[in-house]
Design a protein around this ligand. Structure first.
Ligand SMILES: CC(C)(COP(=O)(O)OP(=O)(O)OC[C@H]1O[C@@H](n2cnc3c(N)ncnc32)[C@H](O)[C@@H]1O)[C@@H](O)C(=O)NCCC(=O)NCCS
Ligand SMILES: Nc1ncnc2c1ncn2[C@@H]1O[C@H](COP(=O)(O)OP(=O)(O)OP(=O)(O)O)[C@@H](O)[C@H]1O
Length: 201
């Protein structure tokens, strides 16, 4: 096959997904970072600002989306979140297509998609990799972040598919409950396996 094996990388808040994505990148695997794309399109002069301002007046400024303000408007209100997603998600899908075209010769590419299970992205990838750690480790990491509260954490978790379900649906699980070094070893082994699978298609 002439297109890369597409790996969907996901995990719940604080599980270490971004850290693991960086490990893939360091090993030479192209990574599409959905969150970074969203932030760029919502940042200063971002292409989504007019649509977001029209739908959520007062939620943008010269620096782009006022994340805290917009978060307050959408995280407690399912219909509002759906309206924001209707603006953001099609734009991300376009960026993803462009990334794939850019890296069409690579054996393996990674789509780093925080909400892969939640938003139905599983059908668009060949393999699903879930980054996971024990709930206690996750909790400690997340509550150590500035501005994070027990309530906020509980609410975000309630919006996400539970870790146990993600693990059950994964093709591969990367464990970040141990050390960075062991996680790195797991990533390197997995890349070898994915390259083999890519070549065998
Ligand atoms: C509302 C926004 C501006 C708030 O930004 P903020 O920096 O405060 O939070 P952040 O983006 O880091 O999200 C915090 C947590 O909520 C989760 N989360 C974000 N968006 C969603 C969503 N649509 N549904 C469920 N969980 C979500 C994230 O995975 C993360 O764990 C931002 O989350 C946003 O634009 N969300 C909608 C776009 C989207 O779906 N992004 C997800 C990646 S494609
Ligand atoms: N073995 C490990 N592998 C990965 N991260 C680890 C490990 N041990 C500790 N950590 C730490 O856990 C934290 C995970 O943060 P990271 O931003 O990667 O999570 P995330 O899943 O992308 O979070 P979010 O979904 O909230 O953006 C980092 O501070 C990282 O240093």
């Amino acid at each position: 096959m002439t297109r890369p094996l597409i790996v969907g990388l996901t995990g719940s808040i604080g599980m270490g997904k971004s850290t693991v994505a960086t490990m893939f990148e360091a090993a030479g695997v192209p990574v599409f970072d959905a969150d970074a794309e969203v932030r760029a399109m919502q940042g200063p002069d971002g292409e989504l600002l007019p649509a977001i301002e029209a739908e959520f007046p007062g939620s943008t400024g010269p620096q782009g989306v006022l994340r805290e303000k917009l978060g307050e408007q959408v995280f407690g209100d399912k219909a509002a979140l759906a309206r924001l997603e209707a603006i953001v998600h099609p734009a991300v899908a376009k960026k993803r297509e462009a990334f794939l075209i850019e890296h069409v010769g690579a054996p393996v590419v990674v789509f780093d998609i925080p909400l892969l299970f939640e938003k139905g992205g599983v059908a668009a990838v060949d393999r699903v990799v879930v980054v996971s750690a024990p709930a206690e480790a996750q909790r400690k990491r997340v509550l150590a972040r500035p501005g994070m509260t027990e309530d906020k954490f509980a609410h975000i978790l309630s919006l996400q598919v539970p870790d146990a379900d993600k693990r059950a649906r994964a093709d591969h699980i990367i464990d970040t409950g141990t050390s960075i070094e062991l996680t790195e070893d797991e990533v390197i082994d997995l890349i070898g396996e994915l390259k083999q699978a890519s070549a065998a298609r």
